[in-house]
Design a protein around this ligand. Structure first.
Ligand SMILES: Cc1cc2nc3c(=O)[nH]c(=O)nc-3n(C[C@H](O)[C@H](O)[C@H](O)COP(=O)(O)O)c2cc1C
Length: 358
């Protein structure tokens, strides 16, 4: 029976333990979306994770609408990330990038006033983070089918740039109500062409983007993150189980290195799942390593790995306040709590201020 401290192969990446760091946007880049030096220490300090999945990183300006988040489309951005991946590798760690296109969740203020793009002309609920505070989202423009090759090329180039930046691989952000999720789930996809309607059609962008990244860097360095249960940022599905079962079969055929499911439990503290996590029901449809996430304690992680629900667990907030989380779990030391008010500030406080246990 595998445990949290057994090694695991995630495609080409050999993780020495199954305590992975979940992707977390921390807004410590510049306005030009370039990584800053303080990010080198942050990621280096977390190198004992079995694998670090980076914060979401924009593949283009069209797809990036988060203040001070970073990108991977300019030489400066690639060079900035190179310093971070070098720091992680020197500390003995492994790091992949999470490739991000936010779709309708990009506010026009990031796009010189242009409208964001999505599966259909819909509007995300609530308010966007912008450089001028929170502002209401605006209606997206429906992506024409002949524009989709451009999006695929952006994912392909983003993956190539990730390798140039020294990442060990890439995870496609297909979760949490962003562009690919806007195509997948029927609350946001109202199309009637080959990218809408049937589950097969709604999965098409996910399949093509995954193939584009796998063609660039190898399927054994390509992972995907999905959020099958409940609603995120106004994106949900009327019948998620068949949709995600088919998506998992499709990703299995491509032979990706890992699949991560971000599923808040019903009593979740980062998003509330209106339905229980679907991981146990979806597991049979995916042949590769399955990573579980959201609200895991070390005990629940051990139990679900032992029960075969998943193969590894990604911890988010626990890694913010505990850079040496695997050590603390192994030694049964107290796990510190993070301060949510410093998640997205540009300060070192709440970022590089959490000490290791020893
Ligand atoms: C500050 C913060 C930023 C996050 N940014 C991202 C992100 O960039 N990409 C993503 O897929 N999920 C993101 N998430 C969600 C986390 O990956 C994870 O799903 C969530 O924190 C629940 O896991 P936990 O209970 O272990 O913290 C973020 C969460 C937090 C707290």
């Amino acid at each position: 029976m595998p445990g949290l401290f057994d090694p695991i192969e995630l495609g080409a990446i050999k993780a020495p333990n199954r305590i992975l760091m979940a992707p977390m946007t921390r807004a410590r880049g510049t306005k030009a979306h370039v990584p800053t030096p303080m990010m080198e220490q942050y990621y280096r300090d977390r190198a004992s994770a079995g694998l670090i999945i980076s914060e979401a990183v924009g593949i283009t300006q069209q797809g990036l609408g988060w203040p001070y988040a970073t990108g991977l489309w300019t030489h400066e951005q690639i060079a900035g990330w190179r310093r971070i991946t070098d720091a992680v590798h020197e500390a003995g760690g492994r790091i992949i990038v999470q490739l991000w296109h936010m779709g309708r969740a990009v506010h026009p203020s990031f796009l010189d006033g242009e409208r964001p793009v999505s599966a259909s002309a819909t509007t995300a609920p609530d308010h966007a983070h912008t450089y001028d505070g929170r502002q209401p989202y605006e209606e997206a423009r429906h992506l024409h089918a002949d524009e989709i090759p451009v999006i695929l090329a952006d994912f392909h180039r983003g993956a190539l740039n990730a390798i140039e930046a020294g990442f060990d691989g890439a995870q496609i952000h297909a979760a949490n109500g962003y562009l690919i999720d806007q195509f997948l789930r029927d609350s946001a996809n109202l199309r009637d062409d080959e990218y809408g309607g049937s589950t097969r059609n709604r999965i098409r962008l996910l399949k093509e983007a995954t193939q584009a990244v796998a063609d660039a860097i190898g399927a054994d360095r390509t992972g995907v993150r999905l959020s099958p249960n409940g609603e995120t940022q106004g994106v949900s599905d009327s019948d998620p189980l068949p949709l995600f079962a088919e998506a998992l079969e499709t990703l299995s055929e491509i032979g990706i290195a890992h699949l991560e499911l971000r599923e808040p439990p019903i009593d979740g503290t980062f998003g509330i799942g209106e339905v229980d996590p679907l991981a146990a029901q979806l597991r049979p449809y995916f042949k590769g390593p399955l990573i579980l996430n959201s609200d895991f304690t070390p005990e629940r992680a051990e139990a679900e790995i032992a029960a075969g629900v998943g193969d590894a667990v990604a911890f988010g907030r626990p890694f913010i306040a505990n850079p040496d989380l695997p050590y603390r779990i192994r030694e049964h030391l107290p796990i510190a709590t993070d301060d949510a008010s410093t998640w997205f500030t540009q300060a070192s406080e709440g970022y590089n201020s959490y000490p290791a246990a020893i």
